[in-house]
Ligand binder design. Structure first.
Ligand SMILES: [Ca+2]
Ligand SMILES: [Ca+2]
Length: 237
């Protein structure tokens, strides 16, 4: 005999669906992000959608200094890190990223980062929030989305040594577990040394949803809703 859903069961299902919807709308809200990072030799941090850079956060041209940024990031967007080197000694991207709403922390070597190489050279990268720079970065994002750039699209990054390693030493403000990373254009298992042009300039990106959302609080709410549903089911049985 086909099983019908009783009224309490229907109410519980409704309740669970409501919680899911509430969670989905939560995940569309902005989350509070703290970034501590540096790049050998230079970078600019942006965010935006999967197809466009929309907001400039900051840039720096000095690898021994760690910069910190606090900003609100829409949960359905991406962080973008534009990088270039001086083609000398070493090159790398080192950072830690904290979702202050969920207390989730990850590093520059998180496997959810993607990287792409523009092949446009180590100078001329978009390092400001000007309309021209946002347009240039957006063009290169679209190019990589279509696989039409030097790296044939977005690929996985290559992790080098941990924070504290030579030739940089310890960069304070970033955990020692974080690793210097780069794009390897030639199969070098550690493209952070020696100095070399791995088809620069590069762009790293990660979806904010990887940080992760929904938050533990809303997951707990869903859990409570499902537990309630299970209890009602048991009472029916
Ligand atoms: Ca710096
Ligand atoms: Ca260098």
């Amino acid at each position: 005999m086909p099983k019908t859903i009783s009224k309490p069961g229907f109410l519980a299902l409704n309740c669970a669906a409501g919680l899911l919807l509430a969670t989905m709308s939560l995940s569309a809200q902005a989350i509070n992000i703290k970034v501590s990072m540096t790049v050998d030799n230079s970078y600019a941090l942006f965010y935006g959608t999967q197809t466009a850079a929309t907001n400039f956060v900051g840039s720096d041209f000095n690898w021994p200094t760690v910069e910190t940024y606090n900003f609100n990031l829409p949960a359905n967007q991406y962080m973008y890190v534009v990088t270039a080197s001086d083609l000398n000694v070493a090159q790398g991207f080192l950072g830690q990223f904290e979702n202050l709403d969920s207390n989730y922390k990850f590093y520059s070597n998180d496997p959810q980062w993607q990287v792409m190489a523009t092949g446009l050279g180590n100078i001329g990268a978009p390092y400001t929030g000007s309309a021209a720079d946002l347009a240039l970065l957006t063009q290169e994002i679209l190019d990589a989305n279509g696989g039409g750039n030097a790296s044939n699209g977005w690929v996985g990054l290559t992790a080098g040594p941990v924070n504290g390693s030579a030739p940089w030493g310890v960069l304070s403000g970033i955990d020692l577990a974080a690793r210097w990373t780069w794009y390897s254009s030639n199969g070098d298992p550690d493209p952070t040394t020696p100095g070399f042009n791995h088809d620069e300039w590069l762009v790293f990106r990660i979806p904010v949803a990887a940080t992760p959302v929904p938050e533990p609080g809303s997951l707990a709410l869903i859990g409570l809703g499902l537990a309630g549903l299970a209890r009602m089911r048991r009472r029916q049985a």
